[in-house]
Design a protein around this ligand. Structure first.
Ligand code: SAM
Length: 296
């Protein structure tokens, strides 16, 4: 992994010190050129190859970056609109940067737009360090279920599933086989910050089958051929909820690894639900069974 954290020298002329209460943080001159190496490096994080090389990913917006820092995520770079280094909301991010040995990058709006790929960029963009759990960290949890996704391809689906996982108190998402990257700009955007609050692991189908074989609780798969209605399944903990690929559904081997297979009724002409919608419906049924509503 590139040693971006150590590149704190050669900051250029210190133009201004942002007062942060307890300490002063030096801010470099604003970047104005698209040829700047830092701009190119942040822009490259749109590509999986560079996210893999650096172990970093982009997150956009003040709220999301602030929450990530509060949750202890390591911030390597903070690109922000020049002149906003003194803002009350930017200061805690600058403090986190100083603590983590990262670099503050004031720049023009057009460069923020270039990095984000959007016409109306957020005022701050953070480059954070990715976190991946090892397979042996996927432990049974009596309170919080795991969601396993077989070859999920669509970053919007994955981001929406992370958001719904967070909303329903799930522990994390296991990516099985060749999946889209949860740290892509599109998936992170769709997660609306939930990427920082769910655990992530990636494994082969064979590794997942081993995990499922030793799992002490339910492994519930959702599949169109299933005969059991999703509302009559037993979602008792510890639970893994297993969802299929957008085109092909679950492989036969994964279906066989399930303790229960469930389906959601399809009353109209559509033959299936969108993957993220199906995940949301099932997660809320699991939540309803675990915590029946008090108001009815
Ligand atoms: N043609 C695919 C198939 O045959 O499974 C459709 C896949 S569907 C778009 C993606 C995933 O969402 C499925 O593999 C399953 O996990 C879940 N899903 C969607 N609709 C479902 C339903 N009505 N019942 C059970 N699972 C469903």
């Amino acid at each position: 992994m590139e040693k971006v954290a150590n590149e704190t020298k050669n900051l250029g002329l210190v133009r201004l010190f942002a007062r942060t209460g307890l300490m002063s943080i030096p801010l470099p001159d604003p970047i104005t050129s698209a040829g700047n190496a830092e701009v190119k490096r942040l822009r490259s994080l749109h590509e999986r190859k560079f996210r893999r090389q650096t172990g970093l990913f982009l997150a956009e917006g003040m709220r999301i970056c602030t929450e990530a820092v509060a949750l202890g995520w390591r911030l390597h770079r903070l690109a922000f609109l020049d002149g906003r280094g003194q803002d009350r909301m930017v200061r805690p991010l600058l403090e986190a940067l100083a603590r983590d040995g990262g670099r503050a990058l004031p720049m023009t709006e057009s460069l923020l737009s270039r990095i984000s790929g959007k016409d109306n960029p957020q005022m701050v963009l953070g480059a954070f360090e990715q976190r991946w759990r090892d397979a042996d960290a996927i432990t049974p949890d009596p309170e919080r279920c795991w969601i396993a996704l077989d070859r999920v391809r669509d970053p919007g689906n994955l981001g929406t599933i992370m958001r719904t996982a967070d909303a329903t108190g799930a522990r994390g998402v296991i990516l099985i086989g060749d999946c889209t990257d949860p740290y892509s700009v599109e998936a992170v955007r769709a997660s609306m910050g939930a990427v920082f609050n769910v655990e992530l692991a990636a494994m082969s189908e064979a590794e997942f089958l081993t995990l499922a074989a030793g799992w002490p609780g339910q492994v519930i798969g959702t599949a169109l051929p299933a005969s059991r209605d999703y509302r009559s399944a037993d979602y008792g903990s510890p639970l893994i909820l297993l969802m299929g690929n957008e085109q092909a559904g679950l492989t036969d081997a994964l279906m066989q690894a399930c303790t229960q297979l469930v389906r959601m009724p399809m009353l109209g002409r559509s033959d299936s639900l969108n993957l993220a919608v199906a995940t949301g419906i099932t997660l809320y049924e699991a939540l309803r069974q675990a915590n029946p509503p008090e108001d009815g």
